[in-house]
Ligand binder design. Structure first.
Ligand SMILES: NC(=O)c1ccc[n+]([C@@H]2O[C@H](COP(=O)([O-])OP(=O)(O)OC[C@H]3O[C@@H](n4cnc5c(N)ncnc54)[C@H](OP(=O)(O)O)[C@@H]3O)[C@@H](O)[C@H]2O)c1
Length: 311
C-alpha cells in the first residue's frame, strides 16, 4: 500500500498482534488499550483529525419516551465513547433521536471532543433558525460542530444562514447531505459551485454509485465525506447470512461481516468517517472494532467487491 493512495493516520500501520493480545485483558466493553486509538483521518478544510467510526441515529434512537429502551441505549452510547467515538450524526427528521441523544449524553457524559453533527430540514430562513436552535436545546449544547443541509432541502436559503452562523462561531463546519442516489446530479453541481466543508452521502459495498463522480469530486474540492448507510440499512447482513468471511479478511484485521463492510467504506481515500447506526451493545462493539488495526489497500478492496458480488 502506498501512503500517497491512502492518506490515513499512521496508526493504521501499527502492528496488530500486540493490540489483539492487549484487548483480551481489557475491561468488558473496551476494545482497546489506553495507548491505542481509533484510526483518524483529517478534515481537508482544517486538518482537524476525526476518528473514522462515528454514530448514526436514524430509527435506532427514535424511541420516544420509552425508558426501558433508553436504559439499553445508555450502554450502547457508553461503548461508543469508551472506545474513542466522537462523531454523532442526527437530524430533526429522525423523530425523537435528537432528544434521546441529549438524554444519553446526560447519562454517559459527553465524549472528550464530541463532534456533534445534525441537520436543518425545513423550508424557510426563520423556520430553519428555529429548528437549529431547537436542536441545540435537545442535544444540550451551545454550538454544533457540523450543521448539514438535509437532502438539499431549501439549500440556498439555509446556506446563507449557515455562513452567518459559522462566521459567528455558532457552528464550525457546513455540510450538505443526500442518500441512495437521490439528487446526485444536483449535489454535484452544488459542490462544484459552492464551498462546503462536508458532504454526507450513502456509500457501501453494494451501493457504490458515488465512486464514479461524487467521491472523486469531494477529493478534488477538499471536502470531507461522511458516509451514511454503510450496511444498506442492515440489508447487507441478510445477504451474507450463513456465509463465511474469507480467510484473507484477517489481512486487514477483520473478524466479522460488520467490520468487513465498515472497513470497506473507510478505506476509500475520499471517505473521512462512516456513521453506522445501532441499538445493540454487541453491534456497537463490533462497529468500533472496525476502527482499529489495518485497513484494506486498493487491491484488497477490489477483492472484497468481487467476493461480495459473487455471494
Ligand atoms: N440523507 C441523510 O442525511 C441520511 C440518509 C441516510 C442515513 N443517514 C445517517 O446515516 C446513519 C446510518 O444509516 P442507516 O441508519 O440508514 O443505516 P445503516 O447504518 O446502514 O444500518 C443500520 C442497521 O444495521 C444494523 N446494524 C448496525 N450494526 C450492526 C452490526 N455490527 N451487525 C449487525 N447489524 C448491525 C442496525 O440494527 P441494530 O440496531 O439491530 O444493530 C440497523 O438496523 C443514519 O442513522 C443517519 O444518521 C443520513
Amino acid at each position: 500500500m502506498r501512503l500517497k493512495d491512502y492518506p490515513i493516520s499512521r496508526r493504521m500501520f501499527v502492528g496488530t498482534l500486540a493490540a489483539t493480545l492487549a484487548m483480551v485483558y481489557l475491561a468488558p466493553g473496551r476494545l482497546r488499550a489506553a495507548d491505542k486509538e481509533l484510526i483518524v483521518k483529517a478534515i481537508p478544510t482544517s486538518g482537524e483529525p476525526l476518528p473514522v467510526i462515528g454514530l448514526g441515529s436514524s430509527r435506532t434512537f427514535d424511541i420516544g419516551n420509552d425508558q426501558t429502551t433508553l436504559d439499553g441505549l445508555v450502554e450502547v452510547m457508553e461503548a461508543f465513547i469508551t472506545n474513542g467515538g466522537r462523531v454523532i450524526d442526527s437530524s430533526p427528521m429522525y423523530g425523537s433521536a435528537e432528544q434521546v441523544i441529549g438524554e444519553l449524553l446526560k447519562h454517559t457524559g459527553k465524549p472528550d471532543r464530541l463532534f456533534a453533527a445534525t441537520k436543518v430540514w425545513i423550508d424557510g430562513k426563520q423556520a430553519g433558525i428555529r429548528q437549529m436552535e431547537d436542536s441545540l436545546r435537545k442535544w444540550g449544547l451551545d454550538r454544533f460542530d457540523l450543521m448539514q443541509i438535509h437532502n438539499l432541502r431549501d439549500w440556498q436559503t439555509h446556506l446563507m444562514t449557515l455562513r452567518d452562523w459559522k462566521a459567528a462561531g455558532k457552528i464550525r463546519y457546513i455540510g450538505i447531505t443526500t442518500s441512495h442516489g437521490r439528487f446526485h446530479g444536483d449535489l454535484e453541481t452544488i459542490l462544484r459551485n459552492e464551498p462546503f466543508d462536508f458532504v454526507q452521502l450513502s456509500y457501501n459495498i453494494e451501493d457504490r454509485s458515488v465512486e464514479e463522480r461524487l467521491l472523486p469530486l469531494a477529493s478534488e474540492r477538499g471536502i470531507a465525506v461522511l458516509a451514511n448507510r454503510p450496511f444498506q440499512r442492515g440489508a447487507l447482513f441478510s445477504k451474507v447470512k450463513g456465509k463465511e468471511l474469507p480467510e484473507w479478511a484477517a489481512d486487514f484485521d477483520c473478524s466479522s461481516w460488520g467490520q468487513f463492510f465498515l472497513k470497506f467504506v473507510v478505506s476509500h481515500p475520499a471517505v473521512t468517517c462512516v456513521i453506522p447506526a445501532t441499538s445493540k451493545l454487541k453491534h456497537m462493539q463490533d462497529n468500533m472494532a472496525a476502527g482499529f488495526g489495518r485497513l484494506p489497500d486498493a487491491a484488497l478492496r477490489q477483492r472484497m467487491v468481487l467476493y461480495f458480488d459473487s455471494l
